[in-house]
Design a protein around this ligand. Structure first.
Ligand code: MN
Length: 234
């Protein structure tokens, strides 16, 4: 049987539930059954008992109150209702050792759900010259390099020690807590990939592999295949 993958979604300006089709396309391509989880969902335990994997998607900035900070001037739009739901989903999934894949905002939600922190705006919070992490190019195209940690799960999927990724963020992971470890960094040191050393499959990336999958990027396709495969196991 194909595994059921719960995908978190957003609410747009019109009040409509919103999910970029690339996420569900990537899950379908990898052999999973995508199910959209609407923001506002409260039956977290019941949902987590029925899905086989959790995909935390991209979107708004993470509310800094969740990691003990006041909002800085540079903070972008936040989605408190979505934060509440996604934090609960992440914690429930982690407790069950259900496979979790976090993308962009999802990478940050995973970090915060395990006690870590986020840079609210890297261009004022991180010292030194930084790369362009909010690319001007179309999201389907990679623009910066990620150095992949040897021996990591990401390294198993990556095409070589360095991969090219797209980049559509102004926040980034700051403090990383166990059992998460950093498995990929941009050349300026920004954390671009994490995985858990204690779970069957818990990975997250700061970039958007669902968009790169449209151009048949091998690393991106393998990330989704690895995730869906992990969701098939009990
Ligand atoms: Mn980046």
């Amino acid at each position: 049987m194909k595994p059921i993958i719960g995908i978190t979604s957003d609410i747009d300006e019109n009040g409509d539930t919103f999910l970029l089709a690339d996420y569900s396309r990537a899950i379908l391509r990898a052999g999973g059954l995508p199910v959209v989880l609407p923001t506002g969902l409260e039956d977290i335990e019941e949902i987590c008992n029925r899905i086989d994997g959790l995909l935390l998607t991209g979107g708004e900035d993470v509310n800094p109150l969740l990691f003990g900070e006041e909002p800085k001037r540079e903070l972008g739009k936040i989605a408190p209702e979505r934060d509440t739901m996604e934090m609960a989903l992440a914690k429930s999934a982690l407790a069950k050792d259900m496979p979790v894949f976090g993308i962009c905002r999802g990478h940050q939600i995973l970090t915060v759900s395990l006690g870590g922190t986020i840079y609210q705006h890297i261009y004022s919070d991180v010292e030194g010259p930084l790369l362009q992490h909010k690319q001007q190019a179309d999201r389907n195209y990679p623009t910066h390099t990620v150095e992949v940690e040897e021996g990591s799960r990401l390294a198993e999927y990556a095409e070589g020690k360095e991969i090219l990724v797209n980049s559509l963020h102004h926040q980034a992971v700051h403090d990383v807590r166990k059992p998460l470890v950093v498995t990929g960094r941009a050349k300026d040191g920004i954390v671009e990939a994490l995985e858990s050393t204690e779970h069957t499959f818990v990975m997250s990336v700061q970039w958007h592999p669902e968009a790169l999958s449209n151009r048949a990027d091998k690393t991106s396709l393998r990330l989704f295949e690895g995730f869906v495969e992990a969701c098939m196991q009990d």
